[in-house]
Design a protein around this ligand. Structure first.
Ligand code: ATP
Ligand code: MG
Length: 432
């Protein structure tokens, strides 16, 4: 068996790490992982033929002579151990973040702000799980002065594991909400699971950034001791905080210096994400001017809170994902917007387990209080929302929804589109 130290010596000879034979780069270290439907041990030879320098395998049967096969007990554990070992050689601040909603957005905002001053590595895309976090850490090469690492979780102990790998010196929880209720075992479970980041920082004397307007997060940090420092932001009692002036169609805020900053993202919740980035920037010595410039220039992609014009209609495209808390945040904020005609097109929220029927029904009640001109619901579980919405249009799948939209052209309408990733509701936009 190959030890972590041996593996690390080999990693240092490589150009990078890959777990996907479709993304082999010359000279990389290929780590074979197993999933329910595949066993990458069987791709080891292919990885070498595509230019990998070494392959890490956990099936002795595939090993060939020549010294390029590194046998380990378990591929995934080896990858995680390798990343943990690499992290210990890095002497840079690592900002770790987790939370139910807004992680990627906040991560990208923080990275934009820190990049004004520092060579910053940030999690690519949504690489935030037990495989993505090790790969992220292994991609932090010597040239980087800072790193921002997103950690996602859908069950207990996951954030503890991911924290042990990326070893954040600084951290933030965006919020604790109703996401992945199924795996966490309810909202208390989510609080505990996300709290594992605070546990790590408390035990290692790390620094915490806390949204002081969020009582849950404030309680959670008060329950623990040992932090190096606690840096509050959006403290309601502090007049020198940025102030939100407008929420729609994009957030506009006033800086403590009195400047008005117009951004590219809608909503109060995105303003919170921005405030986190501004606080972290300030802490690390990025000037206010640089930080505001970075926040104002940040343009979301991948259907996260995008504002899209379609003829005379405006679409608030938030189809990247949905769970009860992000859905409620988006709808409540949409309710408050002035518009001639308003329409919501909402899809199922996934991964709610036995709470799904009740959560969709609760959503129906919330939508009903919004007095929207048109309510369109799509997906199997959205039928539970209909109880409160006698006039809603309901489609069990999105294809019947496409047809209906194509047959009912609209004008001067402000439209919110949101649903779980699996619903892929961005496909509706071309029909508007
Ligand atoms: P994932 O779990 O898929 O990685 P994430 O936590 O990275 O999600 P984002 O991708 O940043 O979250 O945003 C997903 C959606 O969550 C957004 O489109 C928006 O609707 C909502 N959202 C973003 N920020 C917040 C926030 N601070 N509070 C509540 N909802 C938010
Ligand atoms: Mg994310």
């Amino acid at each position: 068996m190959t030890s972590t130290t041996d593996l690390y010596a080999k990693y240092l000879q490589c150009s990078g790490v890959s777990t996907d034979t479709r993304q082999i780069t010359p000279g990389c270290l290929f780590v074979a992982l197993k999933g329910p439907l595949f066993d990458a041990n069987t791709f080891a030879a292919e990885a070498l033929s595509k230019g990998a320098r070494y392959v890490v395998v956990d099936d002795p049967a595939v090993v060939q002579p020549g010294g390029q096969y590194l046998l380990v007990a378990d591929g995934l554990t080896a990858l995680q151990d390798l990343a943990r070992h690499h992290r210990q050689t890095l002497r840079i601040p690592v900002v770790g973040l987790t939370g139910s909603n807004g992680k990627t957005t906040t991560k990208e905002l923080i990275a934009s702000v820190l990049s004004q001053r520092y060579v910053t590595y940030a999690t690519r895309g949504n690489f935030n799980n037990h495989i993505g976090v090790p790969l992220t850490v292994l991609a932090i090469t010597e040239q980087y002065e800072m790193a921002v690492v997103e950690m996602g979780a859908n069950h207990q102990r996951e954030i503890a594991l991911l924290s042990s790998i990326c070893q954040p010196t600084h951290g933030l929880i965006t919020n604790v909400g109703k996401a992945h209720l199924e795996g966490f075992g309810g909202i208390e479970g989510v609080r505990k699971g996300k709290g594992e980041l605070y546990d790590f920082l408390a035990q290692s004397g790390g620094t915490l950034f806390v949204n002081a307007s969020d009582p849950t997060l404030m309680d959670m940090q008060q329950e623990r001791q040992g932090f190096g420092a606690m840096v509050p932001y959006l403290d309601p009692s502090d007049p020198t905080q940025p102030q939100l002036l407008e929420e729609s169609p994009v957030a506009v805020y006033q800086t403590p210096e009195g400047q008005t900053i117009r951004t590219h993202m809608p909503g109060r919740y995105n303003f919170m994400n921005m405030a986190a980035a501004l606080a972290i920037g300030q802490y690390f010595g990025v000037t206010a001017e640089e930080a505001n410039h970075a926040v104002a220039g940040y343009n979301p992609t991948n259907n996260r809170s995008q504002v899209v014009a379609r003829g005379t209609n405006t679409v608030l495209l938030d189809a990247y994902n949905a769970n009860p808390s992000s859905m409620a945040a988006a709808i409540t904020q949409f309710m408050q917007q002035p518009a001639e005609r308003k329409m919501v097109i909402l899809g199922d929220m996934y991964e709610l387990g036995e709470e799904s029927a009740a959560e969709h029904a609760a959503l129906g009640k919330l939508i009903a209080s919004g007095n929207f001109d048109t309510v369109i619901l799509a997906g199997q579980d959205m039928k539970y929302a209909l109880e409160y919405l006698p006039k809603a249009y309901y489609f069990p799948d999105k294809f019947s929804l496409h047809n209906w939209i194509a047959d009912h052209p609209m004008q001067n309408t402000y439209i919110l589109i949101k649903g779980s990733r699996g619903m892929g509701l961005e496909s509706v936009v071309p029909f508007i």
